[in-house]
Design a protein around this ligand. Structure first.
Ligand code: FAD
Ligand code: NAG
Length: 292
């Protein structure tokens, strides 16, 4: 099949669907995106992107704008709360070695830049089109139905519709992700609120600082309290903890996310056992970015 006759349908305008569309377009392969919602799903929070992914985004001309809208760093630390000893340093980026520093950036910003590039390239994208099921498949094409009853055909159908993928259920019926009973609770606070000790290095990521960030501050058996800058100048940090969530069945996620006081209390759990920067972090937790 020659590229010119290939017509690819992508289900889902998330990070994968949008990126794939830009990559196909770059190879002169025609594609169309169908997204169930009115806009790409933004579950909130930030992403840490590493050189492998950033290289791809760079080839698609999306890295430069993102770089200016996120926090550039090299290392993530795990630090013992009591002794302040760095337990582990994970290299996430390195300009000399990989050509890229790592990037911490709001998810909605990545979606925004990808979507802008898709629109700029005039790649067709349809919202409120929810894929429902495959009707038929031949050597040359696949035909499927949307929830609204409409039918479409393409040479290839690609499922980029997330962890609960409906497209996947056609290829692998019965396969269902299992909830691991752990959930991340996230919130955003101004970095100034942490009252970090005076920095010996203006780069907040430098290991010479008393609390270099991004970092997971660890109390044995209580886990890590994660602090990660996510604005370009680092004036805002995302705080994250992981908590067991055995009581949550899927249908109730929305309810759990709505109970902001409960989420606040989960972030504050055991904070008295953590250093003052953690206690400062959880003192005032704005509601707008507080979610599960
Ligand atoms: C809290 C959290 C933190 C994370 N942190 C990081 C990180 O730091 N770095 C990193 O690389 N990854 C991170 N991830 C993982 C990352 O979010 C996922 O790998 C990524 O979102 C997957 O992208 P996707 O496009 O495949 O799916 P999704 O982002 O889920 O997008 C799927 C899209 O398909 C649409 N859709 C669903 N069903 C249909 C249908 N039937 N028809 C049409 N459209 C449909 C949805 O509305 C959605 O827009 C994190 C995930 C979470 C939950
Ligand atoms: C799909 O492919 C078959 C041959 O495999 C062809 O007969 C049919 O017309 C194609 N359908 C569309 C809508 O292109």
């Amino acid at each position: 099949m020659a590229n010119s006759t290939l017509d690819v349908a992508i289900i889902g305008a998330g990070l994968s669907g949008l990126t794939l569309a830009l990559a196909l377009h770059q190879q002169s392969i025609h594609c169309t995106i169908y997204e169930a919602r009115e806009a790409p799903l933004n579950v909130g929070g930030g992403l840490m992107l590493t050189p492998n992914g950033l290289k791809v985004l760079d080839k698609l001309a999306v890295y430069e704008p993102l770089k200016k809208r996120g926090y550039n760093f090299d290392h993530i630390y795990f630090q013992d709360a009591e002794s302040r000893r760095i337990l582990e340093t994970i290299e996430y980026g390195n300009l000399e070695r990989y050509g890229f520093r790592a990037l911490r950036v709001y998810r909605y910003i990545v979606l925004e830049e990808l979507l802008a590039a898709v629109k700029e390239k005039s790649i067709p994208i349809y919202f409120t089109r929810r894929f429902d099921h495959v009707i038929s498949e031949t050597e040359d094409n696949v035909t499927w139905k949307f929830k609204d009853g409409s039918i479409a055909t393409a040479s290839l159908l690609i499922g980029a519709d997330g962890i609960h993928s409906t497209v996947r259920s056609y290829l692998a019926p019965g396969l269902k992700p299992i909830f691991a009973s752990m959930a991340a609770i996230i919130a955003a606070v101004p970095t100034a609120q942490l009252e970090l000790p005076e920095a010996s290095d203006p780069d907040m990521n430098a290991a010479s600082n008393i609390y270099p960030i991004p970092s997971g501050i660890v109390v044995p058996r209580l886990g890590a309290f994660v602090i990660a800058p996510q604005t370009h100048n680092g004036d805002e940090v995302m705080i994250t903890v992981q908590r067991p969530m055995t009581e949550v069945v899927e249908a109730r996620w929305v309810d759990v996310d709505t109970d902001k006081e409960h989420l606040r209390s989960l972030l504050r759990q055991n904070s008295e056992r953590f250093p003052s920067i953690v206690q400062n972090a959880v003192r005032d937790i704005p509601t707008d970015q507080l979610r599960i």
